[in-house]
Structures are given as C-alpha cells and as structure tokens.
Design a binder for this molecule. Structure first.
Ligand SMILES: Cc1cc2nc3c(=O)[nH]c(=O)nc-3n(C[C@H](O)[C@H](O)[C@H](O)COP(=O)(O)O)c2cc1C
Length: 188
C-alpha cells in the first residue's frame, strides 16, 4: 500500500519558505509514498465560544479527517521569536478539539518536523518548542533525523524552488528515513 503523509505549512505567506520546503518534499518522496499538502489559511482564531456555538469549523474537521486517514503527519514550521508561530499553534489547537477526538487524529501518529528560516539556525528553537505539543497529543515524533534549513533566501530561488543541492539531498534522506519508519510501524 502506498504511504500517505498529510502535511501543512505553518506560514500563510505567499512566498513562504516553509511552504516551498513542503512543495520540494512532495517531489522528493520515496517510491510508493506521497505528501498531501493541506492549508490552514481558512482556520479562524481558536475561540471556545465559536466551538460551543457552532462546533468544529468545516476546514478544521476536514483536516482532522485527512490527518486521521493518513499514515503520518509532517509539519513545516517557521520560527517566530525563538518559538512556535501563533498561526501554526492555533491550527494545532483547533485540530486538537474536542479532546475526545485527539486519539483518533494524533494518537500514535508518526509525526515529523521540518523548518526553514532565513536566519542561521533554521528553526531549531521552534522545533524544540513543538516537542511538548506532540507529547501532549500522544503522537509519535520521528527523531531519526533533523532538518533545519538555514539561510533560506539562498537555498530557494525567487520562484520557491529548492535549488541548493545539499539541502535537496538532506531533504531526500530525511523523507527516506521518515517514510521507512512509517512503513515499518505498519508491518505486522
Ligand atoms: C514575528 C516574527 C518573528 C521572527 N522570529 C524569528 C526567529 O526567532 N528566528 C528565526 O530564525 N526567524 C525569525 N523570523 C523570521 C522568519 O524566519 C521569516 O520571516 C521566515 O521567512 C518565516 O517563514 P516563511 O518564509 O515560511 O513565512 C521572524 C519573523 C517574524 C515575522
């Protein structure tokens, strides 16, 4: 069976390096696997009153179902102020509602993180800040490799193509290891 990885970028920016990283990943997936890139652009800010009055908004429910149905979940996270950007955290907060559904969506789900930044540290602090979130959701973070893309302005061209060969190789290797892990977990 082909492996399907649900993914989203934690940036809404048109020229987002993190979205570009996911698009590059889609072209470098190992055989018999694919990435479905989802958007969190239609998520409003989490508000308990909205949830109580209207329930889970349709774009949130749709992404919850997509993650639940996928074999794994990949997030491309920017770093803001040495931590998780609010937009990305807000998306995960919505996706974790209601608590009774967390297990269906994230429980035991093999999660991987990548991130890109124009700075020199490539989202390391943001990726570290996500760790308690995955633990709280009961997801299984794959820790076989790390991918922190620094100097993003040089690694991507103006069209968002990943033009740096070393980064492409690292991304290819990262995806290989992650998909192997996802596949191994499915073997009886
Ligand atoms: C509010 C804010 C805070 C930021 N803080 C950091 C930071 O702590 N570390 C970092 O590497 N880049 C930081 N940046 C720069 C982002 O890495 C950069 O804007 C990047 O392009 C965001 O990802 P994107 O291209 O996917 O939108 C910050 C940007 C913003 C807007």
């Amino acid at each position: 069976m082909p492996i399907t990885i649900a993914a989203f970028s934690g940036s809404l920016r048109r020229g987002s390096y993190n979205t570009a990283l996911l698009q590059a990943a889609a072209g470098l997936m190992p055989e018999d696997s694919r990435i479905q890139i989802h958007s969190i652009a239609a998520f409003g800010l989490y508000n308990g009153d909205v949830e109580a009055d209207e329930g889970i908004p349709p774009p949130v429910s749709a992404l919850k179902d997509a993650i639940a149905a996928a074999d794994g979940f990949l997030i491309a996270t920017p770093e803001y102020n040495n931590s998780i950007p609010g937009v990305a955290k807000n998306a995960i907060d919505w996706l974790s509602r209601p608590p009774a559904d967390i297990r269906r969506v994230f429980g035991g789900k093999p999660v991987a993180m990548v991130g890109a930044s124009p700075g020199g540290f490539g989202t390391i602090l943001s990726q570290n800040a996500w760790l308690p979130v995955w633990r709280t959701l009961g997801a299984e973070l794959w820790t076989g490799a790390k991918l922190m893309v620094s100097g993003a302005a040089k690694v991507f061209d103006a069209q968002g193509s990943l033009v740096d060969e070393r980064t492409r190789d690292s991304l290819r290797g990262f995806l290989q290891g992650y998909v192997e892990y996802v596949r191994d977990r499915q073997r009886p």
